[in-house]
Design a protein around this ligand. Structure first.
Ligand code: HEC
Ligand code: HEC
Length: 220
C-alpha cells in the first residue's frame, strides 16, 4: 500500500524520483576534498564561528540566544554542500553572510573544507513530537499533490547522490533552519533546486505542515 501511495503522490505532481541504485556519482568523486587540509582551511576562513567546530552548530547561538539559525554541515553530502557554495557565490541562493564567505573561496578550498565538515558525525537530538510530520514525510498527501519526501531524501532522511543530483540529508538538521528553508521555498525566496522542484513541493504546505516536517526531520 505504501508503494502505491508513493507512486500516486509522485504522479500527482509529475516529479521523477531518483533511482536509488545509482549511489556514488562522478560529480561527487570529481570534487573529493581532503578533510585534513580542510579542517585547517576552515579555521583560517572562520567557518567554525557560525557552523561549530565539528559542523554541528549545536552551541552557536544567534544574537538572541537561540540555536538553529546556522545549519548543520556535519554528515551532509559533499556534492550538495559544494553546489550551495557555488550558488551563494553566483547569487542563485541568497544569503548575505554566505555570499561574503563563498566569494573568497575557490572550488578546491571549498571542497577540502566541506570534506572536513561532511566527515563529522551528526550530533542532533529529538525536537518534539511530530506524528503529522512523520506521515507527510513518509507518505506525502496525494489529495493535496504533496509527494512523499522519502522518495528523494531517503527513507531515513539520510539523503542520496543519484547521478549528478544531490538530494541533501535532512536527518538531524536543526528544526528552525529546516522550517526557514521550507518557508523560503514556498515564497520563492530560495529557488536554487533543480527545475524548481522544492518550490513546487512546498507550494501546498501549510505553516503547520512546515513546522511538523521540520520537527520530524530534526528528530531523525
Ligand atoms: C557569519 C556566519 C557564517 C559564517 C562565518 C559561515 N557561514 Fe555558512 N551559513 C551561514 C548561514 C546563516 C547559513 C544559512 C543561510 C540560510 O538560512 O539560508 C549558512 C549556510 C551554509 C551552507 C549551506 C548548508 C545547507 O544545508 O544548505 C554551507 C555549505 C555553508 N554555510 C558553508 C560555510 C563555509 C564553508 C564557511 C567558511 C568558509 C561558512 N559557511 C561560514 C552563516 C555562516
Ligand atoms: C523530487 C525530489 C524531491 C522531493 C520529493 C523532495 N525534495 Fe527536498 N530537495 C530536493 C533537492 C534536489 C534539494 C536540493 C536543492 C539544492 O540543490 O539547493 C532539496 C532540498 C531540500 C531542503 C534543503 C536542505 C538544506 O540543507 O538546506 C529541505 C529542507 C527539503 N528539501 C525538504 C523536503 C521535504 C520536507 C520534502 C517533502 C515534503 C521534500 N524535500 C521532498 C528534492 C526533493
Amino acid at each position: 500500500m505504501r508503494l502505491q501511495t508513493l507512486i500516486m503522490a509522485a504522479l500527482a505532481v509529475t516529479l521523477t524520483a531518483p533511482v536509488f541504485a545509482q549511489q556514488g556519482s562522478r560529480s561527487a568523486a570529481a570534487f573529493k576534498g581532503d578533510p585534513v587540509a580542510g579542517k585547517l582551511k576552515a579555521e583560517d576562513e572562520r567557518c567554525q564561528e557560525c557552523h561549530g567546530h565539528d559542523g554541528n552548530a549545536n552551541d552557536i547561538e544567534d544574537g538572541i540566544g537561540n540555536i538553529g539559525k546556522f545549519p548543520r554541515l556535519a554528515g551532509q553530502l559533499p556534492a550538495y554542500l559544494l553546489k550551495q557554495i557555488r550558488d551563494f557565490r553566483s547569487g542563485a541562493r541568497q544569503n548575505d553572510s554566505m555570499f561574503i564567505m563563498a566569494r573568497s573561496l575557490n572550488d578546491r578550498d571549498a571542497a577540502d573544507i566541506l570534506a572536513y565538515f561532511a566527515s563529522q558525525n551528526v550530533v542532533g537530538e529529538k525536537d518534539g513530537e511530530a506524528e503529522h510530520g512523520r506521515r507527510l514525510f513518509t507518505q506525502g498527501d496525494a489529495a493535496r499533490g504533496i509527494p512523499a519526501c522519502v522518495g528523494c531524501h531517503g527513507e531515513a532522511g539520510q539523503g542520496q547522490q543519484a547521478g549528478d543530483a544531490a538530494y541533501p540529508r535532512l536527518a538531524g538538521q536543526h528544526r528552525r533552519y529546516v522550517a526557514k528553508q521550507l518557508t523560503e521555498w514556498r515564497t520563492g525566496e530560495r529557488k536554487n533546486s533543480q527545475g524548481g522542484v522544492m518550490n513546487a513541493i512546498t507550494r501546498q504546505l501549510s505553516d503547520k505542515d512546515i513546522d511538523q516536517l521540520a520537527a520530524y526531520v530534526a528528530g531523525l
